[in-house]
Design a protein around this ligand. Structure first.
Ligand code: DX5
Ligand code: ZN
Length: 220
């Protein structure tokens, strides 16, 4: 079995000490940088945009996993590729022509991800799963870090895992929101491959240890 990945969410970093926090992730057991881009329209919050991502990418030594919480994401696919995104995840709920969007992301040399809000059923991916590199199951309503984990997520992970197996797809399952050392094992057991963790990592006195601990739980 391939190893399970940890993706600290930079949204919870100290923006006044961003380089320090990026270097911390570089030197940790983390696998990806999870970067949340919010437009204040798709979600009721604005995070940060291109100049900040550019600054992050200058220092980041690991995969850059960009989660777009924006309407009409097609407008910016090329821009995010140029900024150094390795994975680009769009929301199912924000795409009228999801299949076309996925092809456009791959044409720019990135892995194509689709995020699902808590209310969106897994079965909407039935006809696109073979074109998706990464499905991000939102385990909170997108827009803010530090929210509590929605328990219904476990059954969605299992349902998605079944769909991936049934279709012979090669899709990773990422969980985003409220991930801690308490739910990490159950998420992996349900079929998760990538755990995003924001506040649990950055609001901890020892983030390096916290990441190592999550990684160990996930790969136990
Ligand atoms: C929520 C974001 C998440 C968030 C996770 O809209 O997509 O990536 O940063 O933060 P925590 O781990 O604090 O729930
Ligand atoms: Zn996210």
């Amino acid at each position: 079995m391939s190893s399970k990945l940890i993706a600290p969410s930079v949204l919870a970093a100290d923006f006044a000490n961003l380089q320090r926090d990026i270097e911390m992730v570089n030197s940790s057991d983390a696998d990806w940088f999870h970067i949340d881009i919010m437009d204040g329209v798709f979600v009721p919050n604005i995070s940060f945009g291109m100049p900040v991502l550019e600054a992050i990418a200058k220092h980041a030594k690991k995969t850059i996993d960009v989660h777009l919480m924006i309407v009409d994401p097609d407008r910016y696919i090329k821009t995010f590729a140029e900024l150094g995104a390795n994975n680009l995840t769009v929301h199912y709920e924000a795409c009228t022509h999801l299949h076309r969007t996925l092809q456009a992301i791959k044409a720019e040399g990135m892995k194509a991800g689709v995020a699902l809000n808590p209310h969106t059923n897994i079965n909407v991916l039935e006809d696109t799963i073979n074109d998706i590199d990464l499905v991000c199951i939102m385990s909170v309503n997108p827009g803010f870090g530090g929210q509590s984990f929605i328990e219904n997520t476990y059954s969605k992970v299992k349902q998605l895992k079944d769909l991936i197996i049934r279709k012979g797809a090669n899709t990773k399952i990422e969980i985003d929101g409220g991930v801690t050392s308490k739910n990490a094992k159950a998420l992996i057991d349900a079929g998760a491959d990538v755990l995003v963790a924001g506040s649990f990592v950055f609001r901890n006195d020892d983030p390096i240890f916290t990441i190592a601990n999550l990684k160990e739980i996930a790969n136990d």
